[in-house]
Design a protein around this ligand. Structure first.
Ligand SMILES: Cc1cc2nc3c(=O)[nH]c(=O)nc-3n(C[C@H](O)[C@H](O)[C@H](O)COP(=O)(O)O)c2cc1C
Length: 399
């Protein structure tokens, strides 16, 4: 049983597993506890949201054959990735301005990751600095880099990230320009958030969020801001990061590879040939992702790209996956199609906004129990043999 905190008195002592058994249940409560402009930021994609819809539909289309007479089963959910053993096959993806979704989100999620033994990825454009979050992440810290244009800033950022204890670097490669994010724009969030009368009215109806923000101060991109003196608000689809950063190319990747002596993952890969070239260029892993549909509305479902990437890089090269994961079954789908590890972005924030730290811990609990429940149906005790139980390949090889 997970005891919630940060809820009303009626919620205290509630058994979350009974009342909020799925991530969708947490999302529904989160939607009622954050101001609408925050919900639009967290929940939306770009364009008509079709890539997001395809992510879900493509996951649903991956089916398995179940087992009968499987006997008693006890589970090993551990996974080895980039030289480290993790007790579970999932982790926390980078979410910029995490701290606008819920007060102190970065440190809270880092702490949950440390306690659960899973990776926490801090975004370059998070509301907090690596120094502030690093101690909470302990050994579980990954850092996601939006690449700064200026070589001195780049060197300084990497030094600070390393000194703060983050051992794995994630270079995001699928944001060459800002996307339109129409829903987010209409929601009214600017960077840094500026409380217009309309937004203030919204926050008045969300007291837990408002009180937390009053305690922590309005969220800002503190890491990025430490390299800039621009303080005024920017348009809703822009942020200070866009002023400082460049769109990396293959030459940039080479420089980062030379500068970073720990594991390097490239995030936002959908094509097998790109994955192969990245492996040859020295990336230690690729992260299959379409940025949860926030960048381009004409992408295939992310899961449909996984088998092609796996085929291109061979059986031993590490592949991470994200996009639309809503439970343990989805994690099994990704592992069966070739992922070594699966990350989630929004789900952790649903948990946080629903019940604070206990809600985020409950996300880990739901995923763990759901993994066991579904693995058992397949007659398996670990992830070995998952692929063999796939019922066909629903959309073929999209590599
Ligand atoms: C609100 C929000 C902000 C995000 N910010 C970043 C970011 O700063 N850097 C990045 O590489 N990915 C970012 N992402 C993408 C996530 O890392 C991840 O790819 C995606 O959320 C996974 O899909 P899911 O949310 O359906 O689990 C963001 C996603 C969301 C929802």
């Amino acid at each position: 049983m997970v005891a919630p905190s940060g809820g009303s008195r009626r919620d205290q002592g509630m058994d979350l597993d009974q009342t909020y058994p799925s991530l969708a249940d947490l999302a529904e409560r989160a939607r009622r506890r954050v101001p609408p402009f925050v919900w639009e930021y967290l929940d939306s994609g770009t364009g008509a949201g079709m890539t997001q819809t395809r992510n879900r539909a493509a996951l649903d289309a991956v089916l398995f054959d179940t087992a009968i007479l499987a006997g008693e089963l006890s589970f090993d959910l551990g996974r080895r990735l980039l030289g480290r053993d993790y007790p579970l096959p999932f982790g926390i993806a980078p979410v910029g301005m995490s701290g606008v979704v819920w007060p102190d989100a970065e440190r809270t999620l880092a702490r949950v990751a440390r306690q659960t033994g899973i990776p926490y990825t801090l975004s370059t454009v998070a509301a907090q600095t690596p120094e502030f979050v690093g101690p909470e992440a302990g050994e579980q810290g990954w850092f996601q880099l939006y690449p700064p244009r200026d070589p001195e800033i780049r060197a300084d950022m990497l030094r600070r990230v390393r000194d703060a204890g983050f051992h794995t670097l994630v270079l995001t490669a699928d944001v060459p320009v800002a996307s339109r994010r129409e829903r987010q724009r209409k929601g009214g969030l600017t960077s840094p958030p500026k409380l217009t009368p309309r937004l203030m009215l919204q926050t008045a109806t969300r007291p837990a969020w408002a009180m937390g923000m009053a305690r922590m101060g309005m969220p800002r991109m503190r890491f990025m801001e430490s390299y800039s003196d621009i303080k005024g608000p920017l348009p809703s689809n822009q942020h200070i990061g866009y002023l400082l950063r460049t769109s990396p190319d293959w030459e940039y990747l080479k420089i980062i590879r030379e500068m970073w002596d720990g594991p390097l993952i490239v995030k936002g890969v959908l094509k097998g040939e790109d994955a192969k070239r990245l492996a040859e260029a020295g990336a230690d892993a690729v992260w299959v992702s379409n940025h949860a549909g926030r960048q381009f509305d004409g992408s295939p479902g992310a899961i449909d790209c996984l088998a092609g990437v796996r085929a291109a890089v061979g059986p031993d090269y590490p592949v991470v996956f994200d996009g639309g994961i809503s439970g343990g079954l989805d994690i099994l789908r990704a592992l069966a199609l070739g992922a070594d590890f699966v990350m989630l972005g929004r789900a952790w924030h649903y948990g946080l906004a629903a019940f604070g730290e206990a809600g985020a811990a409950h996300v880990a609990h739901i995923l763990t129990e759901d993994l066991k429940a579904n693995l058992g149906q397949l007659g398996l005790t670990s992830f070995e043999g998952l692929e063999g139980q796939l019922r066909g390949r629903p959309h073929g090889d999209m590599g």
